[in-house]
Write a protein that binds this ligand. Structure first.
Ligand code: NAP
Ligand code: MG
Length: 487
C-alpha cells in the first residue's frame, strides 16, 4: 500500500505526483525508511483548495440522503481494507497491529455514525411576537474545511473531521502529520473507492509550518479543524489573517483520582490502560495519579507490577503486544527528560525507567512503561504533558485537596475517577474542570457523545451530533405572510 501512495497527493479526485521536496517516512520500530512523501507546493495547495471550493457547490446541494449513502460506502470501503490500512499505520506509527486495526474499524464506525447524522440536520421554527411571521432557523454547511491532524491517532483524528464535515455538506483539504502521512493517503484511496465525488476530499502532505500554515492563511478555506499541541493551536488562532471558524483539540495533562472507596483492582487496570496505551501518546492519557493515603502503598505496588507486566514489542511482529515503539525520537526524549526531572526532585522509581534491552529494540524508539511515586507539583511529570509512557503518583488526604491538585493545570481535556461511594463520585465529577470525566472506566471519548477540551485544551467538539454542528452555520430566515387573497 505504501509504495503505491508514495510521493502522491490526492487532489480533485486524482493522484498527482507531487512536485515539492521529498520527505522520508520512517518505521519507528526499526528506523527503516518506508517511502517518501512530497511536500505540497503553494501552487498545489491552491489547486486543492480550488477543487474543494468547486466541489462544495455540488456537494452542499446534494440531498442529505446522498451524502449519507456516500459516507456508508466510505465506511464499508475502510472496513474491507482494514488489514492493509492497519499494517500501513503500524509501519509508520509504531502501535501494535491489533490496536491499529481497532483504530481503522473505529474510523469505519465514524463514517457510519455520521452517515446517519447526515439525514438528521434539522432546523427550528421560532415563535414571533405576531402571528403573521415565521422565523425559520436553518443550518447550512460552512464551506471548505482545512483539517490539520497529529500522528498519534492517524486515522481516527482525520475521521472525525472528515465524516462530520462531509455529513454537514462541507468539503475538505486534509494535511496529515509528517510522521504518518500514508494512513491519510490510504483514507483518500478509500474515498476514491467509495466514489465520493472529485474535490470533496483532498489530501496534501508536507510540513505543518508550511503546508498546514498555508491552509490556515488561505482565503479559500472557511474553517480550520485542528488537533495537535496547544502551542501550535495558539499559533493557528493568532495567525489567521481573516476571520475563520476554528475548532482546536489540543493538549491535555489528565489526572486520575483514586479514592479510598475505589475497587483497587479496577483502578489499577484502568490506570495501566490509560497511562500506557499507545505508549502514552494520547491527549487523554493519564499523566498523573492522586491516590487516597490509606490505599496508596498497595495501589502503587500493584500499579508497578502491572506496568512491568505489559508486553512491549515491534507491533508488526507481535500484533497483540500491549505496547509498541513510540512514534519518533521527540516524545521519547521528552519522556526521559520528565523522568530525570522527577527523580532529581525526589520521586521514586516504581517500574520501568529504561529502554528494553535486546537486538529487537536496538534501532527503534522503545521505552518501558514507567511509574514514579512520591511526586509533587514541582515536577514536570505532574504539571506538563509528557505524551509518553510515564505516569507520576502522589498521595492525597481529603477530596478537596485531590480536586485542587487535579485542577491545578492550564489544561482541561479529560479526568478520571475511581470511587465506589456515590457521594464522592458526585462531588468529584461536579468539580473537575474538564470537558470529560470518566468514572470507574477510562474511555472518556465515545462516538455518540461530545468530546472536547476546556482552557488551553481547546475550543469546539468532536464526536456526537455536536461534532457535526461544528461544520454548520445557522441561518435565520424570517418570513412575513399576508392573509391569502379571496379566502
Ligand atoms: P503538533 O506538533 O501540534 O502537530 C499537529 C499538526 O499540526 C501536524 O500535522 C503538524 O505538522 C501541524 N503543524 C505544525 N505546525 C503548524 C503550523 N504552524 N501551522 C499549521 N499546522 C502546523 O502536535 P503533535 O506533536 O503532532 O501531536 C501531539 C499533540 O497533539 C499533543 O499535545 C496532544 O495532546 C495533542 N492531541 C490532542 C488531541 C485532542 O483531541 N485534544 C488528540 C490527539 C493529540 P507536522 O507533522 O509537519 O509537524
Ligand atoms: Mg510536532
Amino acid at each position: 500500500m505504501i509504495q503505491d501512495l508514495a510521493e502522491k497527493l490526492f487532489i480533485d479526485g486524482e493522484w498527482r505526483r507531487g512536485e515539492g521536496e521529498r520527505i522520508p517516512v520512517q518505521n519507528p520500530a526499526t528506523g527503516e525508511v518506508l517511502g517518501h512523501v512530497a511536500a505540497a507546493t503553494p501552487a498545489e495547495i491552491d489547486v486543492a483548495v480550488a477543487a474543494a471550493r468547486k466541489a462544495f457547490k455540488i456537494w452542499s446541494r446534494l440531498a442529505p440522503v446522498e451524502r449519507s449513502k456516500a459516507l456508508h460506502r466510505l465506511g464499508d470501503a475502510v472496513s474491507a481494507e482494514a488489514d492493509a490500512m492497519a499494517r500501513t499505520m503500524t509501519l509508520e506509527q509504531g502501535k501494535p497491529l491489533n490496536e491499529a486495526k481497532g483504530e481503522i474499524l473505529k474510523l469505519a464506525e465514524a463514517c457510519h455514525f455520521y452517515a446517519e447524522e447526515a439525514v438528521r440536520i434539522h432546523g427550528e421554527i421560532v415563535p414571533n411576537t405576531t402571528t403573521d411571521i415565521d422565523s425559520l432557523v436553518v443550518r447550512e454547511p460552512i464551506g471548505v474545511v482545512g483539517a490539520i491532524t497529529p500522528w498519534n491517532y492517524p486515522a481516527e483524528l482525520i475521521g472525525w473531521k472528515l465524516c462530520g464535515a462531509l455529513a454537514a455538506g462541507c468539503t475538505i483539504v486534509i494535511k496529515p502529520a509528517e510522521l504518518t502521512p500514508f494512513t491519510a493517503l490510504a483514507i483518500a484511496r478509500m474515498a476514491e473507492k467509495a466514489k465520493i465525488p472529485a474535490g470533496v476530499v483532498n489530501v496534501v502532505t508536507g510540513p505543518g509550518s508550511k503546508v498546514g500554515q498555508a491552509l490556515v492563511e488561505h482565503p479559500g478555506v472557511d474553517k480550520i479543524a485542528f488537533t495537535g499541541s496547544s502551542a501550535v493551536g495558539l499559533r493557528i488562532q493568532q495567525s489567521c489573517p481573516t476571520i475563520k471558524r476554528l475548532s482546536l483539540e489540543l493538549g491535555g495533562n489528565c489526572p486520575l483520582i483514586v479514592t479510598a472507596s475505589a475497587d483497587l483492582g479496577a483502578a489499577v487496570k484502568g490506570a495501566v490502560r490509560r497511562s500506557f496505551r499507545n505508549m502514552g501518546q494520547i491527549c487523554i492519557a493519564i499523566n498523573r495519579i492522586y491516590v487516597a493515603r490509606p490505599i496508596a502503598a498497595e495501589f502503587v505496588k500493584r500499579l508497578g507490577e502491572a506496568a512491568d507486566g505489559l508486553v512491549i514489542a515491534n507491533g508488526i511482529d507481535k500484533p497483540d503486544a500491549d505496547v509498541g515503539a513510540m512514534a519518533s525520537a521527540e516524545p521519547l526524549a521528552k519522556t526521559k527528560e520528565h523522568l530525570a526531572d522527577a527523580l532529581a526532585k525526589g520521586a521514586k522509581l516504581v517500574a520501568g525507567g529504561a529502554s528494553p534491552e535486546g537486538e529487537a529494540f536496538a534501532r527503534g524508539h522503545f521505552f518501558r512503561p514507567t511509574v514514579v511515586s512520591d511526586c509533587t507539583h514541582a515536577m514536570k511529570v505532574m504539571t506538563e504533558e509528557t505524551f509518553g509512557p510515564l505516569v507520576g503518583v502522589m498521595v492525597f488526604d481529603g477530596l478537596d485537596e485531590a480536586i485542587e491538585l487535579a485542577n491545578d493545570t492550564p489544561y482541561g481535556l479529560a479526568s478520571y475517577v475511581y470511587a465506589k461511594d456515590m457521594d464522592e463520585i458526585r462531588y468529584l465529577s461536579g468539580r473537575l474542570d474538564y470537558g470529560n470525566v470518566a468514572v470507574n472506566n477510562v474511555d472518556a471519548g465515545i462516538m455518540n457523545a461530545p468530546y472536547g477540551g476546556r482552557k488551553q485544551s481547546g475550543v469546539g467538539y468532536e464526536h456526537g451530533r455536536e461534532g457535526m454542528l461544528e461544520y454548520l452555520n445557522f441561518k435565520h430566515v424570517r418570513i412575513r405572510y399576508d392573509e391569502p387573497k379571496g379566502r
